[in-house]
Design a protein around this ligand. Sequence first.
Ligand code: PGA
Length: 246
Amino acid sequence: MTTRTRIAAGNWKMNGVAADLAEVEAIAATGARTSEVVTLLCLPATLIDRARGYGVSLGGQTLHAAKSGAHTGDISGQMLVDAGATYVIVGHSERRTDHGESDADICAQAGAAWAAGLTAVICIGETEAQYRAGETLDVLRGQIAGSVPQGATPGNTVIAYEPVWAIGTGLTPEVPEIQSVHAEVRAALGTHVGGGENLSVLYGGSVKAANASEIFALEDVDGGLVGGASLKAADFVPVIEALAAS
Ligand code: PGA
């Protein structure tokens, strides 16, 4: 049996200025005490370099598929590495929706992340309409086939399953439903890439202290990708501790 990396990942989205580095420092202090869990903060690009040295893993929230060039406002994998990142989120539903990113775009971004030496956190998830129509597994299999490049290994790729309707809404699927979807995602990863079943698969969407323990106890959940509850140490520290205890 392989031991999958357990990751408590925070996604700060478009939140955070220098004054919030105190939260990063407090989160990092807990992360440093829980060596069985990787504590990762995917910060706004402006904060990554300034959060170096706190001892927490750092990540970007997107990157351009090209190495460099005429792409005003974009950020490259090399720039994220230069700032101190070791991970980058790709294919978050907010990027898929707000920026029209396709599975092919995300696949190319994941490849660019690897080329820069970053671990790609590839996000997948169904919309509420797809969920209600019973299309969840078909959607996820399609996103895996389209956005996870061949060559994905536990060393270069993490998957985050985030139902779009659960993000920022306070809603989550029923706990048994999360387990069954994660088991199907793991099976689909194994079919898509050799050894894909060994990738860490995080759950995301309204994870908080109150539900973290029951979600992290699930066999096929290897951690969480947390938005709103990652911004304050008082909210995120219990989530990290729940993962460490699970
Ligand atoms: P949320 O966001 O925890 O605020 O629901 C999760 C995410 O979008 O990664």
